[in-house]
Every structure is written in structure tokens, then in C-alpha cells.
Design a protein around this ligand. Structure first.
Ligand SMILES: NC(=O)c1ccc[n+]([C@@H]2O[C@H](COP(=O)([O-])OP(=O)(O)OC[C@H]3O[C@@H](n4cnc5c(N)ncnc54)[C@H](OP(=O)(O)O)[C@@H]3O)[C@@H](O)[C@H]2O)c1
Length: 265
């Protein structure tokens, strides 16, 4: 068996895009990919954080890093990005960025909710649609869509986010079936709670059971790429997925989720 790092960079390199890379899980994906020798296109709104990460990754690993400060809810910005990176040989997209407004659906602002559709659905769709034909031509590569256990059953106070994550999971599983014969691996990673600034900012009580570090989620996700259409990082979350998503009647699964999401603010 060859070196797994070389195998990874040959299959999914030489370049990967990490969408939503300025902190938290996206930054952890960038680190894990850099360790595997993959050069990076890092996307997020906060240019300074992206540039700081790029400097440290270039210093620690023999890779190139390009940063693009853009808002993934703006479709023109994604079009411009695609033109700017057209000449790079990109073998992998990790779509990590997400928008998750918490609250009562009836009281939430409609335009704000539509941003969830733009960032969590339109963004991964457009970038995957841009990259997929290139990967099919190369006969190798991958797409990773960060999803959530919240998308496996109704999640009160997170209705639009949870619906967008259900899209991400089924979208990725569908593409797995379509693209596997062309040598392209697609994966939905359905995470439970992760210690990221986004999650820690929303959580008011104590951590949910099975909460993981971002580096563990990134590693477990990348190790699952090519092996399965859907992965759930962490054994506590695997059990939760089985119980909530497959075993319990839906109304009980939604009621349990509601107890968990009630404390979010
Ligand atoms: N954290 C959890 O507990 C948890 C649980 C289950 C699933 N997940 C999933 O895991 C992923 C990461 O979760 P997280 O919320 O904790 O986030 P995170 O990884 O800490 O950060 C989100 C990243 O997305 C970027 N981003 C957000 N909106 C953007 C926009 N409009 N345009 C460009 N970049 C944008 C942010 O950067 P800027 O602000 O600089 O733009 C940041 O780099 C998400 O897909 C989420 O659904 C998380």
C-alpha cells in the first residue's frame, strides 16, 4: 500500500477549495488538507483571518494558498471567483460555510431566511456544478458538503437551516451515486455539535453530548471521503443519527430535537 498522504493529494489535489475557511471547522479543514500536501483556495468574508491562516499554512507546509474575501450569498461573487480560479487544477471542494439564524420562523425576517438558501443551498450547488464537469473529465476528485444532524429530522427554531442541511445531505448522496462511476467521490458529513465560534456563540447552556473539536470533525470527514456517501463524525453522534433519523417515530424525533434546540439563542 502506498503513502496515504500522497494518495490523497494525487486523488484530490493539487488544489482544493475550502468555502468558509476563516475560522472554526473550515480552518481545520484547511489545516488537514495542507498536512496532506494539497494547495488551497480559501474563501470567506473576513480577509484578515483568511490571510493570517494562509501565512501560517504556507510557513508550515510546502503548499500554495490563495485567499478570496467574498460573500457566498452573492451569486455574482461566486461567478467572479470561478473566473479567477479557472486556470487552477482543482480536485476537491469542501463546502463548509453556512448561515444558521435561530428563532421562531413566523417572526424571522424573510430576506434574512433567503440568505440561508443562498449560502447553504445555492452556494454549494453553483460551486459543485462548476467543478463537477472538470472532475469528471479528470476522472478523479471529490466534493464534500458539510451537513448536520439537524437536517435528519425537523429541528424547531432552526427550520430553514435544518431544511437547507437536508438538501445538502440528499444532494451529496445523489451526486455520490452519479459521479462515482466517473472516479469522483462525493460525501455529506452530518456533524453533531462542534466546538466552533459559530456553535459556541449560539449555545447558552452546557455542551451537547458528543460535542467534538473541529480538527476531529475535519479529519474524520476527510478519512471517510471515497468510502461512503454519508458520514457522521463521532460515535455519540452516530448513535443519535440512528435513533433520531431511523428508529424513532418522526414526532418523537422532532420533540427530542426541540428540547435540544430550545436552549439556542
Ligand atoms: N458548529 C456546529 O456545532 C455544527 C454542527 C453541525 C453542523 N455544522 C456545520 O459545519 C459547518 C461549519 O459550522 P460553523 O457554523 O460552526 O462554522 P465555522 O466553521 O466556525 O465557520 C463558518 C465559516 O463560513 C464562513 N461564512 C459564513 N457565511 C459566509 C458567507 N456568507 N460568505 C462567505 N463565507 C461565509 C465564515 O467566515 P466569515 O464570517 O469570515 O465569512 C466561517 O469561515 C457548517 O456547514 C455547519 O452547518 C456545524
Amino acid at each position: 500500500m502506498g503513502n496515504p498522504t500522497t494518495h490523497f493529494s494525487q486523488r484530490y489535489g493539487p488544489w482544493a477549495i475550502v468555502a468558509g475557511a476563516s475560522e472554526g471547522l473550515g480552518a481545520a479543514f484547511a489545516e488537514s488538507l495542507a498536512q496532506r500536501g494539497v494547495s488551497l483556495v480559501l474563501l470567506a468574508r473576513r480577509a484578515t483571518l483568511l490571510e493570517q491562516l494562509a501565512v501560517s499554512l504556507r510557513k508550515a507546509h510546502s503548499i500554495e494558498v490563495r485567499t478570496f474575501s467574498l460573500d457566498l450569498s452573492h451569486s455574482e461573487a461566486i461567478q467572479d471567483l470561478c473566473q479567477e480560479i479557472d486556470s487552477l487544477d482543482i480536485g476537491l471542494l469542501v463546502y463548509n460555510a453556512a448561515y444558521a439564524p435561530i428563532g421562531s420562523f413566523a417572526e424571522q425576517d424573510r430576506e434574512d431566511l433567503l440568505k440561508v438558501v443562498d449560502v447553504n443551498i445555492r452556494g454549494p450547488l453553483v460551486l459543485s456544478h462548476w467543478l463537477a464537469p472538470r472532475l469528471v473529465t479528470r476522472q478523479r476528485g471529490g466534493l464534500v458538503v458539510m451537513s448536520s444532524l439537524a437536517g435528519l429530522q425537523g429541528s424547531p427554531k432552526l427550520a430553514t437551516y435544518a431544511g437547507s442541511k437536508a438538501f445538502g445531505t440528499i444532494f451529496a448522496e445523489s451526486l455520490w451515486g452519479e459521479l462515482k462511476p466517473h472516479g469522483v467521490d462525493v460525501l455529506a458529513s452530518c456533524a453533531g455539535a462542534i466546538r466552533t465560534p459559530g456553535y459556541q456563540g449560539a449555545e447558552t447552556g452546557k455542551e451537547a453530548p458528543g460535542t467534538l473539536d473541529a480538527s476531529d470533525v475535519a479529519e474524520q470527514t476527510l478519512r471517510s471521503l471515497g468510502k461512503t456517501p454519508r458520514t457522521v463524525p463521532g460515535w455519540v453522534n452516530k448513535v443519535a443519527e440512528w435513533i433520531l433519523g431511523r428508529w424513532l417515530p418522526r414526532k418523537i424525533a422532532v420533540a427530542i430535537m426541540k428540547k435540544n434546540t430550545e436552549s439556542l439563542s
